[in-house]
Write a protein that binds this ligand. Structure first.
Ligand code: ME8
Length: 501
């Protein structure tokens, strides 16, 4: 089966920060997990390069929008291998192949009768590229996200008949309750629609950094329509000479934070309905990474630089920390102190030490060969944190995009394996010369470690590759506890998560 997963495409008006890395790593965890299950995965990320947010930032810096876009898009491109993101394509909306395809789709929307010419007046946030409705405004007519005072803008432009989709959208959310998760986000979308939809302007008259409207090239397209369509257009040119649209569309999952829920839950389905394109199957809306109490955001200037965090802790630690510390779907604070604490107690002690100990004991007591012919120990397989059926549990959670809960299940198993070492005391079994019991314990530890490391692979791809190689495991397919019988030679390893200097 195909599995097409996307991240938002990020504005190139500034450099990437940890918030961008967070969503992209989340989508990467799902993409990697699905590949382990043998699915035909396509994973898209990229940059949103047109419109006011970029044009204004370029003006402030005294460069052209193209120069700013090229410079910052490169920073996003550089980030992906740094955080071990396995995207299959990186779309840039300034790519001509994208703009041509956007024009085709929008011409269809026009020909289907969903646009008209008119005048618009309202409070406009240039950083969001969005007119705010009275209920969305912050105190003193401010943007609730950017905390800047907004001005009333009047424009002559083209409109999209969003209001005509009210009934259809409400029906859609009623008939497809899975379309947006978590549930409370779907309820927010429904409440917004029930509050009444206004038509939205589809073009900008005074801007030249964008996609010209095919039927009125004096105007450029509203950047959100240009941007949302990336999910669809990318498939037509991601592989030279090949169109992947039939293979991967409709997308299985769009991942994003709650700041752009309105665009994805209302504008996006309405636009697709207007163009006669199938709707995506599901969207998952996560919360914010906070620094202290505030959203980490480039406009508030309180961002954590992912490049610096990786230099200090490594990319696996960053990937692990974000999803362990902040429950995916909720807001949560992160801090350097919290990062260090989890690195030491969980990665270095719980997981790293378990791996080193198990491999060292097999080396010492069994010449590095995992004992053969031993049975799975029900004490390790059953109950809370048990390894029996763990892959089914984790698979089910990740099917629901429960990235943090799936990691909690894996960590429960890591801790259970540590307790098993403490309870069975292989060093005492070795002294007492209890060969059969020692065989059984060592086999169970090696097998348990293999199974849980395969499940952890999408979260910590680098260290799990090292550990799986030491465990003589070539495949990355998920495995059931007890499915490998032993007999393989394993090797000791250097600490997976060395002490921080
Ligand atoms: O909105 N916590 O781009 P953008 C968690 N171009 N996630 C965060 C975050 C935080 N503090 N800060 C940013 C745009 N993000 C549009 C999207 S899509 C067709 C167009 C992540 O650069 C999160 O995924 O402002 C959020 O939705 C996205 O970055 C916004 O990125």
């Amino acid at each position: 089966m195909s599995f097409y997963v996307t991240t938002p495409i990020y504005y190139v008006n500034a450099e990437p920060h940890l918030g961008h890395a967070y969503t992209t790593i989340g989508a990467d965890i799902l993409a990697r997990h699905m590949r382990q299950r043998g699915e035909d995965v396509f994973f898209l990320t990229g940059t949103d390069e047109h419109g006011e947010p970029v044009a204004q930032a370029a003006e402030r810096e005294g460069v052209t929008p193209r120069e700013l876009a090229d410079r910052n898009a490169q920073r996003f491109l550089d980030l992906m291998p740094k955080i071990d993101v396995s995207n299959d394509f990186f779309i840039r909306t300034s790519d001509e192949r994208h703009t041509e395809r956007v024009q085709e789709v929008m011409q269809r929307v026009h020909d289907n009768g969903h646009v008209y010419e008119g005048t618009y007046e309202g409070f406009y946030c240039p950083r969001c590229a969005d007119f705010k409705t009275p209920t969305e405004l912050g105190p003193g007519n401010t943007c609730p996200i950017h905390e800047i005072v907004l001005e009333v803008v009047t424009e002559e432009n083209w409109f999209f008949r969003l209001s005509s989709f009210e009934g259809e959208l409400l029906r859609l959310y009623e008939e497809h309750p899975d379309l947006i998760a978590p549930d409370f986000r779907r309820n927010e979308a429904i409440a917004f629609i029930r509050g009444g939809l206004q038509d939205v302007s589809l073009s900008r008259p005074k801007l030249d950094w964008g996609v010209p409207l095919p039927w009125d090239p004096e105007q450029v397209m509203y950047v959100w329509f240009d941007a949302l369509l990336n999910y669809y257009t990318a498939l037509s040119f991601a592989r030279p000479g090949e169109d992947l649209t039939d293979r991967y569309w409709p997308a299985n999952l769009h991942v994003m934070a709650k700041d752009i829920l309105k665009f994805h839950s209302i504008y996006w389905p309405a636009l697709l309905l207007a163009a006669g394109i199938e709707l995506p199957k599901r969207m998952y809306v996560h919360g914010y990474l906070l620094m202290g109490e505030k959203k980490m955001s480039k406009s508030l200037g309180n961002v954590l630089d992912p490049f610096e965090a990786i230099d200090k802790f490594g990319s696996d630690a960053l990937r692990f920390y974000c999803f362990r510390e902040v429950s995916f779907g909720q807001d949560g604070s992160i801090s350097t102190a919290g990062f260090e604490a989890r690195y030491e107690t969980e990665l270095a002690n719980d997981f790293g030490n378990l791996a080193s100990r198990v491999l060292a004991m097999i080396d010492r007591y069994r010449d590095g060969v995992v004992p053969e012919g031993a049975e799975v120990d029900p004490d390790l397989a059953d109950g809370e944190g048990g390894l029996g059926g763990i892959e089914v549990l984790v698979t089910g959670l990740l099917d629901r995009t429960e990235i943090t809960r799936a990691l909690e299940v894996c960590w429960g198993a890591v801790r259970r394996l540590n307790r098993y070492v403490e309870e069975r005391k292989p060093w005492e079994l070795a002294k007492a010369d209890d060969g059969a019991e020692l065989d059984r314990v060592l086999y169970n530890l090696a097998e348990g470690l293999r199974v849980v490391t395969l499940l952890l692979h999408p979260y910590v791809p680098r260290s799990s590759d090292v550990l799986l190689a030491a465990l003589a495991e070539d495949s990355r397919e998920l495995a059931a506890f007890g499915s490998r019988g032993g007999g393989q030679s394993v090797e000791r390893i250097a600490p997976l998560f060395p002490k921080l200097s």
